[in-house]
Design a protein around this ligand. Structure first.
Ligand SMILES: Cc1cc2nc3c(=O)[nH]c(=O)nc-3n(C[C@H](O)[C@H](O)[C@H](O)COP(=O)(O)OP(=O)(O)OC[C@H]3O[C@@H](n4cnc5c(N)ncnc54)[C@H](O)[C@@H]3O)c2cc1C
Length: 347
């Protein structure tokens, strides 16, 4: 199995922060995973895809496992297409390739960075769709039992930006393959945002092109302005809290979740706290998209954490609501909760 020691992760995370791992392993077969699970028994390690939802918070990172499982297989049935994709395939390339083959369904999820294997972990979603709508199962290699297990869609326990792999399955195994079914019967989902401008007889390819156009306009490209997309999750609060807040902020966007709870738009809260464009050291709240924190130059992981903690506390001061990171925060001790990360002095 390929591996390196004292390896820089600067090009392996979309925030482009410098962090070094003592060891990185690139398993590409179940045999490699068996060997690795024995080697890393009782050791802290972090499982890394393309690093587009990961912030290395310190100069030292833990041991890294970076799986390399490739290949896409497509089988046509009377009613649709069964697709099986290796966990290390690039998500956006998979979306483009399927649409080009007239296999429709993932068009709303174009241009989401990252790997196919990481996609079920947070049930990636955009423009009213998420991967759970088409994922029929996941092949997961258990590092504890040293064997592959199949999880059905139901067993993956998908919900908003969440799944089994963030809870009971967390850090216990590796997604090596994701299976999908795309029915031939297709209807465009264009009720969200700018997609509403599309005609009702739009094709899947046109939806994909619109999604790409809008995302390119709205979101900073990590290759030119390093970032990890939405830094914070949209907070879910009680309807009582919503009513209290609406007295002071009648224009506040609110999205119902269930009978008792609603979701607030974290980007709106940050914007209202006056933080759009706010910069500390080289870390900044993006000047057009307040939910995104960007690295404007040589920001370190701790610069970004420091800014994120400031944003969280300013939003709390104004709205009495805590916003929490969506991005996975990784220190030398492995992934950490936001509250457990010490903030180093400013640059
Ligand atoms: C500009 C930008 C826009 C974005 N827009 C969206 C969006 O619209 N919607 C959305 O949902 N997300 C969005 N994201 C977040 C990101 O694209 C997704 O979270 C993506 O799935 C991360 O993939 P990755 O391979 O980079 O994961 P990483 O950052 O490498 O890892 C993320 C998590 O998945 C785990 N993981 C990685 N690979 C595996 C595996 N094979 N098996 C098990 N666990 C694994 C890691 O341990 C970690 O916990 C955006 C990010 C950026 C930078």
């Amino acid at each position: 199995m390929k591996s390196h020691s004292n390896y820089s992760l600067k090009t392996a995370n979309s925030f482009a922060v410098e962090s070094k791992t003592p060891h990185i392993y690139f398993p590409s077969s179940d045999d490699d995973l068996v060997a690795l699970s024995q080697l890393l028994k009782d050791q802290t390690y972090y499982l890394l895809g393309d690093g587009s939802n990961t912030l290395f918070c310190e100069e030292l990172a833990p041991v890294i496992v970076a799986p390399r499982f490739y290949g896409v297989e497509i089988q046509e049935t009377e009613l649709g297409f069964i697709v099986e994709a290796g966990g290390s395939e690039n998500w956006h390339n998979l979306v483009i390739s399927l649409i080009e083959q007239n296999i429709k369904g993932l068009e709303n999820l174009a241009l989401i960075p990252g790997t196919v294997g990481a996609a079920p972990v947070q049930n990636i979603g955009a423009y009213g769709k998420d991967i759970s709508m088409y994922c029929t199962g996941v092949t997961w290699f258990s590092m504890l039992n040293q064997c592959a297990t199949q999880f059905s869609n139901e067993q993956c326990q998908f919900s908003y930006r969440d799944s089994l792999f963030k809870h009971d399955g967390y850090n216990k195994g590796i997604i090596t393959k994701v299976s999908f079914f795309f029915p031939k019967k297709w209807q465009a989902q264009i009720e969200y945002g700018e997609l509403q401008t599309l005609p009702t007889n739009v094709t899947a390819k046109q939806v994909m092109e619109k999604v790409i156009e809008v995302r390119n306009l709205k979101l900073p490209n990590p290759e030119t302005l390093p970032n990890a997309g939405s830094f914070f999750k949209n907070p879910v609060v009680s309807n009582q809290t919503v009513s209290n807040l609406q007295r002071t902020f009648p224009d506040m966007p609110v999205y119902p979740v269930d009978e008792s709870n609603s979701k607030l738009a974290a980007g709106w809260l940050i914007d209202q706290a006056g933080l759009k464009g706010f910069t500390q050291c080289s870390a900044a709240v993006h000047d057009r998209q307040a939910l995104v924190i960007v690295n404007k130059g040589n920001a370190t992981g701790s610069d970004i954490i420091h800014l994120a903690k400031f944003v969280q506390s300013e939003v709390h001061k104004k709205f009495a609501v805590y916003i929490e990171p969506e991005v996975r925060l990784v220190s030398s001790r492995g992934e950490q909760p936001f509250s457990a990360i010490d903030v180093a002095p400013l640059c």
